[in-house]
Design a protein around this ligand. Structure first.
Ligand SMILES: *Cc1c(COP(=O)(O)O)cnc(C)c1O
Length: 426
């Protein structure tokens, strides 16, 4: 056997012997935008009192206007991270201590801690095995008299089933907060992903499709929620008096303000988003075509009417059909040079903070609050679909981390084919 045809795992030559270029969405436009802000001498212009500058400086306001146009919403509120954005959103909808918010277990941990930060209680829903987004049937199963909201996450790059979630929310009088950090610039039946929730938004951290280093964008069509998010962003307690705000629920402010340099770069990044998402779709679709038909490998599923931004390129293995387990496949693919391949994703419901119910202080706060429903269960066996995928069958390439040419996608596909040609036959 020629060394090139032997698996790298067994001492052969890796199919991929180059490093892929890191994804970089920044260019001369951002350099120019940032330089102009520095020349202006104004890196931030927020005032934490009731004043015109309560809304921030010129670049922040311009970026928010651009976001309204781009995402087709009435209100955009920028923040210094999407973790801040989620926290402001949960505060804005008026979550009270002990209230429950249903969160999918496959998400970034901040979707759930945003609830904790207002002493709300995250309750985790299982995921749909095809889309990996929250399963509306599991949401229904987890409804209790204390449920106040659903946190809908558009995981890996496509919209979750917002229509099904909206039906549940309407029936039960619940709010929906959206988390579209991984799917900006995508569509759900002609509607902009991320704008179907009552309030939702996008991340601008450095490993998302567009970024400003750190940052986030809240979007909503509800003027009241936008105002409350602006207040939480910027020292609410010092502003409500002057602004004449009557509803003081959760008007405990933070400093979640975005800087002028970030805002200026955000405006230029936003213009690039459609092209960047199209590039990623082209790359993912090319990979899917090349991998189609490999036995025991399920490729990304795109819901009818939706587009996918491929933040991740998710796959599911069938170890029975393959005759090997996931660990063997991952080892073999990594040895061939497949980059940033991860087994499983995140089972947030299994994090120690939830299993041990220790968040604030040592006495089980907020689960031990008087008026909170006891008996919320976390940990193994509470989200069986997510657990089986995470433990046994799911793998993903962090697709948003790289810039890949057609030739490089073909190389990636060749590495898969090589491994599949060497499966130890049963
Ligand atoms: C990245 C991410 C966040 C957090 O965004 P930051 O801007 O890093 O705070 C939240 N939710 C999801 C699903 C994410 O992917």
């Amino acid at each position: 056997m020629r060394p090139s045809s032997r698996l790298a795992l067994h001492g052969g030559v890796p199919r991929i012997r180059k490093k892929f270029r890191r994804y970089n969405s920044l260019g001369p436009e951002e350099l120019r935008a940032a330089t102009q802000v520095i020349r202006s001498g104004i890196l931030s212009q927020f005032l934490g009192t009731w004043d015109p500058d309560f809304y921030g400086g010129p670049r922040v306001r311009e970026f928010e206007k651009a976001c309204c146009r781009f995402f087709r919403v009435n209100h955009a509120v920028t923040v210094n991270s999407w973790t801040s954005g989620l926290t402001a959103a949960i505060g804005a909808i008026g979550i009270e201590p002990g209230d429950e918010v249903i969160v999918p277990t496959w998400t970034m941990c901040a979707s759930a801690t945003a609830v904790l930060h207002w002493w709300g209680i995250p309750v985790f829903a299982d995921i749909d095995p095809l889309t990996f987004c929250m399963d509306p049937r599991s949401v229904e199963k987890n409804l209790t008299p204390r449920t106040r909201a659903i946190l809908a996450v558009d995981i890996f790059g496509q919209s979750c089933d917002l229509d099904a979630l909206r039906k549940i929310a309407n029936k039960k009088g619940l709010r929906i907060v959206g988390d579209t950090a991984q799917a900006p610039g995508t569509w759900n039946c002609g509607r902009v992903t991320g704008t179907l929730a009552d309030i939702g938004g996008y991340s601008l951290n450095y490993h998302k499709h567009i970024h400003t280093g750190e940052g986030g964008i809240l979007v909503t069509n509800d003027a009241n929620l936008a105002e409350r998010a602006q207040l939480i962003r910027n020292h609410a307690e010092a502003v409500v008096g002057g602004k004449g705000v009557k509803n003081l629920v959760n008007m405990v402010g933070h400093n979640f303000r975005l800087g002028e340099i970030e805002a200026a770069m955000g405006t230029t990044q936003l213009k690039k988003l459609p092209r960047l998402v199209r590039n990623r779709q082209r790359a993912a679709e090319r990979l899917t075509r090349a991998l189609q038909g490999l036995p025991g490998l399920r490729l990304p599923y795109v819901r009818a009417g939706c587009t996918h931004a491929y933040y991740m390129y998710p796959m599911v293995l069938d170890p029975q059909a393959l005759g090997v387990d996931r660990a063997w496949i991952i080892k073999a693919l990594r040895a061939e040079g497949v980059p940033d391949l991860s087994p499983g994703y995140a089972n947030v419901h299994c994090l120690p903070i939830y299993q041990k119910k220790i968040a604030f202080g040592s006495r089980g706060f907020p689960w031990s609050l008087p008026g909170a429903r006891g008996g919320v269960r976390y940990g193994p066996k509470t989200c069986p679909v997510a657990e089986d995928l995470h433990d046994r069958t799911f793998m993903a390439i962090h697709f948003c981390a790289f810039e890949m040419s057609d030739a490089e996608i073909d190389l990636l596909a060749a590495a898969f084919h090589k491994v599949w040609n060497h499966l130890p036959r049963a």
